[in-house]
Ligand binder design. Structure first.
Ligand SMILES: [Zn+2]
Length: 133
């Protein structure tokens, strides 16, 4: 069964979603970078950028670690989102990189930068889980 490309309308929708997420992620990375260059000082007065993290965080050490992890995560996401945009241009968007089948639209709506279909993804997760044990 060959994968069929998404409709122009759908592609446009996903492109808009991806661009919005990309901007959000880049703004976030920018923010954290600015915070870090200011030094890891206590958040005296300026709570705006910390409020989100502090909601369920304990110590400052955890906060820093959390920031680094979030930053890594966001950077990876930016990379994937850029990949997804390129795929839209190349007409390969929404196609699983592993089996070449369509990735379901409901999955793309949740993760517009998904590289694999749900079947391949769960197979890989299984493998990872087994390797870890
Ligand atoms: Zn697949």
């Amino acid at each position: 069964m060959a994968a069929k490309p998404l409709s122009e309308k759908k592609l446009k929708e996903f492109k808009a979603i991806i661009k919005a997420e990309l901007e959000e992620s880049m703004a976030y990375v920018d923010d954290v970078n600015k915070d870090q260059s200011r030094g890891a000082r206590e958040s005296s007065g300026d709570l705006s950028s910390y409020a989100y993290h502090q909601a369920d965080q304990g110590s400052d050490t955890n906060l820093m670690e959390q920031n680094v992890m979030m930053l890594e995560h966001e950077r990876e996401k930016i990379r994937l989102l850029n990949d997804a945009l390129r795929k839209i241009h190349e007409g390969r968007f929404g196609i699983c990189e592993l089996c070449g089948e369509n990735i379901s639209e409901s999955r793309l709506e949740v993760i517009p930068y998904a590289k694999y279909c749900i079947e391949c993804m769960s197979k890989m997760e299984d493998k990872k889980r087994r390797q870890r044990k």
